[in-house]
Design a protein around this ligand. Sequence first.
Ligand code: GLY
Ligand code: MN
Ligand code: MN
Length: 435
Amino acid sequence: MLNTRIFAQRRKQLMRMMGEDAIAILPAAPVLIRNRDVEHGYRQDSDFYYMSGFAEPEAVIVLLPDRQQGQYILFCRDRDPMMETWHGRRHGPEGAVEKFAVDEAYPITELDEMLPKLMEHCERVYYTIGLNPDFDKQVINCVNGLRRQSRGGKHAPYEFVALDYLLHDMRLFKSRDEISLMRKAAKISVQGHINAMKICRPGMKEYELEAEIMYQFNRNGAGWAYPSIVGSGANSCILHYTENDQEMHDGDVVLIDAGAEYDSYAADITRTFPVNGRYSAPQKEIYDLVLAAQDAAMKQAKPGNHWNDPHNAAVKTLTKGMVELGLLKGTPAKLIKEAAYSKYYMHRTGHWLGMDVHDVGDYKVDDEWRLLEKGMVMTVEPGLYIPHGSRGARRWWDIGVRIEDDIVITKDGCDMLTKGLPRTTDEVEAVMASG
Ligand code: GLY
Ligand code: MN
Ligand code: MN
């Protein structure tokens, strides 16, 4: 976990932006049932964790910038020896004050009674509506309760403000400590991909590569940031393929999109390699083109350029290359205008990356693509997918290639967080041969 000082700084920054007469309310992620008595593995809400470092469910953060003392209040589960014996340790309100720099902490069971009192003197409520319908009701009930008591002198806030709007702009810019965690998530992921390349043999099942990757994530204290995609042959052309249960054949490629989550920060990496260790001529043609598109995109990833520049560069390179190969017919400029490339390249070239794999932050500001700035982290992930039956493209049927790396925008360009993972066909083949 990051130092508690960092979380305190974030709260301070948010409270400065909230101004006077305001309250912020932020609930923890709910527990989700997987099947019957079994819960999904608990993952704290990213906004909640970003503000607190507190990973337990059934908790609510309240921020009150106007208070002289007790600006940061946390409601959380009480200690309970019996529950802790069955389900695991809890910090309890006392532990929250001690370990998480909380000013005041109360049992979550007291929230309904205390929230109206805390809200009563506020004009504005910073709260993200629509993510957690049950909690939305609790907040609305609280406001309505105050309204009903207006003749008794109670005051209800008159304005709701989207909390995520402020928080997400903060989260978009990563601090040095966050970049360090992201480098660690990337490093663990790189090791997973390298090991998968090394052990891959025709006749193995896709899930064997997934297992190798998960082994590397778990043994390094990480989990997955999203379910791994391991698609060989025709499956390499299915963008969100996650069954991962087919046998991998000699002569096919396998596309692996897998990234670790380390201390709540994600990596997101894709590599595509030949199951038998040697790219065939058609596979290499597609691979080299996607690699050229990634290089072109990365060159555009620098401060002052806008968010869409890397994507435009990738599209330009891919379209020109597809014309040269004979996958598309026409002039590149016209094909780009008509989006003809989307037949084989149907997604965008990247997204913000952070605590969420598709991280928060606006891509447009005032209807214009956002300018790239130092500290933003994003993926660069061009691809080409040529499914079985594509007309005039038999040579490349069932070849899906994506190459995805993670970068941070620096003062004058970008730095790759996912260094150390083979990118060129020669590099990939060398690593596979060493396995
Ligand atoms: N792994 C999801 C993505 O690449 O966006
Ligand atoms: Mn991605
Ligand atoms: Mn990915």
